[in-house]
Design a binder for this molecule. Structure first.
Ligand code: FES
Length: 292
């Protein structure tokens, strides 16, 4: 009941959130695309996990601690916790901005609501801290009220962020549930693989992209691990394939992520020549707990 109400409330924000989201994604893209190493750092490609999800626990924990210190009127501790929470919010926002810049459709609209709530909360919390520092021994009613309101908005923003990830699947591994059975050799449905040109192919029920380079044929799953972008429509760059949607790159030989926004590797397949012509492929199984 409450969940349905909140979802309806969120959907009602589309009118302003959609155009604002489109505008924001344009300037974020223009700002971050020339700074690929920083962008990758913020996405968490090095971590193999979205950095934003990992970094948001710190401000929430610090802000909650600040409220508890307010409750027992432990003023210096409350102020320190609030200051740490604000700094950690700003740090978490940087990784959030990087992820936000590569959202589409509903994820982009809901992420805009999430970001807006967080900015409003951040301003309220900063004013609360400013009031506290201005009058350390004075009446704190307004400062504490602002902290409580700011934290409540942070909690609402976190719920919207959860919708973006858990309901819409933003920044999750798109291959997490794809493969149920043991891999086996399957015939590819293509007979021609042009040199250096991504080619769409089918192996059983799975869609692949195959690329021939020199004497070698490489095969990866066709749907990008980041957000299902079509790798057969991508381009080849330095032994990697680049997704046309948000420009993640995957090593053709290993499937390893070479450039974000993906923080996951791409499923890859062994390729061999089939008896009677053509090729057959077998998915390379991952060690337990790894992405592919
Ligand atoms: S779908 Fe986003 S980079 Fe491929």
């Amino acid at each position: 009941m409450i969940g349905r109400l909140l979802v309806r409330l969120l959907a009602a924000q589309r009118g302003w959130a959609e155009p604002l989201g489109n505008f924001n994604v344009r300037w974020i893209g223009a700002l971050l695309r020339p700074m690929r190493p920083i962008k990758d750092l913020l996405h968490g490609r090095w971590l193999g996990h979205p950095l934003h999800a990992a970094s948001t626990d710190i401000p929430i924990g610090a802000l909650l601690l600040g409220l508890l210190f307010d409750l027992i009127d432990s003023r210096p501790a409350a102020d320190i916790a609030l200051g740490v929470g604000i700094l950690a919010m700003i740090a978490a926002a940087l990784s959030g901005i990087a992820d936000y810049g590569d959202t589409d459709d509903d994820a982009r609209t809901n992420a805009t609501v999430h970001a807006t709530l967080m900015v409003v909360a951040l301003v309220m919390l900063a004013v609360s801290l400013w009031l506290r520092l201005g009058a350390p021994a004075g009446d704190r009613t307004l400062a504490i009220t602002l902290s409580i309101a700011g934290f409540s908005i942070v909690a609402a923003g976190a719920w919207v962020g959860g919708e973006v990830v858990y309901t819409l699947g933003n920044m999750v591994n798109r291959h997490a549930w794809r493969f149920g059975s043991k891999p086996n050799w399957l015939k590819l449905d293509v007979t021609e693989i042009p040199e250096d040109q991504p080619t769409a192919a089918k192996a059983g029920t799975q869609s692949l992209v195959v690329v021939r380079q020199g004497g070698q044929v490489y095969a990866l799953h066709a749907q990008c691990a980041h957000a299902n972008g079509p790798l057969p429509s991508g381009r080849i760059v330095d032994g990697s394939i680049e997704c046309p949607r948000h420009f993640s790159r995957f090593d053709l030989a290993t499937g390893r992520r070479k450039q974000g926004p993906t923080t996951y590797d791409q499923p890859r397949y062994e390729v061999r020549e089939a008896e009677g012509g053509g090729w057959e492929v077998k998915r390379v199984e991952s060690p337990a707990g790894q992405n592919v």
